[in-house]
Ligand binder design. Structure first.
Ligand code: FEO
Length: 393
């Protein structure tokens, strides 16, 4: 396997994972994922991150085919999550004298996860290191997505090695740079990646975006997905918008329904919302993938949740969605709730409690015993109108 040349001195030595069905063993990967690693060949040879253990042989082959008998002098570690670090001991077997450059928190994890303690240099925020023609500056990025994370800014070529930030799902099919790929495939997968992996950490993401605002960035080398040059502003704006929890105009209606009684209500709400905006999405929690549901909830400002009362509480998969919203601290939503019950209602009250806890702007709540009647239709339709209208503001 061969590396991909990105500039006179920078090579891509990452890998495609077309095998895994799930990321972190729970998030679907319909288009696969990459584990990115980059090699800078200067007076010193610098490897930026490694790849997942089962793919490390491929990455090593790319490194050897690029530098021949030269050794890797430095391994800069931006992030210790095992999708990027589980291959480190394999790399150390091939290049035993390399020095590891990382944060103090990463050094602690290196010891804890892999028993590695020797030949580690910890760096501080803003520290610079010269490797020949290139000067590397280290920028700490705690909680994007773990506490030990840092980025590296190549001052010479104005390249930002951004760790997980600006990453996305999807393999690199025949090229690495965005200008050589059809990026339409990657943008929705970037949103799904952001929301599901980094979505909890909006405040730290904003802090890092502020740090890099004033530096010129020509190239972004993330740990997942394409190298961004042509589309770097678009990519940064996705991260900016989502980390501010700013929803677009539109409504997501998320519901559970065993026998379609609650589903009929969801349809009536959608009719009302659609009379105001085209951006209306219904998700049946028993059908839609939860990573898609959460992504749409981040995407649109209007949120309506519906559930039958089930065992005296909220339908389980609706509860799962509510938990994921709460864990991510999603803010700034206009909100409605609805549901059905057979002998004692409780689900809608619990959904309303959730909306209150999240400080959402509550615009209406409807609970119906047994099935929705024809006379009830207008109330549901009007709830959809209210939420959609408020989402435009
Ligand atoms: Fe790609 Fe947070 O690891």
């Amino acid at each position: 396997m061969f590396s991909t040349k990105l500039s006179e001195s920078l090579y891509y030595v990452g890998v495609n994972d077309r095998h895994s069905d799930l990321f972190e063993r729970h998030i679907k990967l319909p288009y696969g994922v990459t584990y990115n690693s980059y090699l800078m060949v200067d007076d010193k040879v610098v490897l930026f991150d490694t790849v997942e253990a089962s793919f490390t042989d491929k990455s090593i082959e790319k490194i050897k085919n690029t530098i021949g008998d030269r050794a890797v002098d430095y391994l800069v570690i931006h992030h210790l999550e095992p999708d990027h670090s589980s291959g480190i001991n394999q790399i150390l077997k091939v290049y035993p004298n390399l020095q590891i450059i990382c944060t103090a928190k990463a050094a602690d994890m290196l010891h804890g996860f892999y028993g590695i303690e020797a030949n580690i240099k910890t760096v501080v925020e803003g520290e610079e290191m010269n490797v020949g023609n290139h000067t590397l500056r280290f920028i700490f990025a705690p909680m994007v997505h773990w506490p030990e994370v840092m980025m590296t800014y190549d001052v010479t070529d104005k390249t930002l090695f951004s760790a997980d930030a600006f990453g996305c799902f999807g393999t690199l099919d025949g090229a690495v740079e965005d200008s050589k790929l059809n990026v339409e495939r990657y943008m929705p997968e970037m949103e799904r990646y952001y929301v599901n992996i980094v979505g909890k950490y909006g405040v730290p993401v904003q802090a890092v975006l502020k740090k890099v605002t004033d530096i010129q960035i020509d190239t972004i080398c993330s740990l997942h997905g394409p190298v961004w040059r042509q589309h770097k502003e678009e990519v940064m704006s996705i991260y900016d918008r989502y980390s501010r929890y700013q929803g677009d105009k539109g409504v997501v209606i998320v519901y559970g329904s065993m026998y379609s009684n609650t589903e009929v209500m969801a349809e009536a709400i959608a009719d009302g919302a659609n009379s105001i905006t085209k951006n209306v999405v219904l998700h049946d929690v028993s059908k839609s993938d939860v990573s898609d549901i959460i992504t749409d909830i981040f995407r649109y400002k209007g949120l309506v949740i519906g559930s039958p009362t089930y065992n005296g509480t909220v339908f389980p998969k609706v509860k799962e969605v509510m938990d994921k919203i709460e864990v991510r601290g999603l803010k700034n939503r206009v909100f409605g709730s609805f549901g059905s019950y057979t002998w004692a209602g409780q689900a809608v009250k619990l959904i309303n409690d959730f909306g209150q806890k999240m400080k959402y702007d509550a615009l209406g709540s409807i609970e119906v015993k047994h099935a929705m009647k024809h006379a009830d239709y207008d109330a549901f339709f009007n709830l959809g109108v209210r939420v959609a209208t408020s989402s435009l503001e």
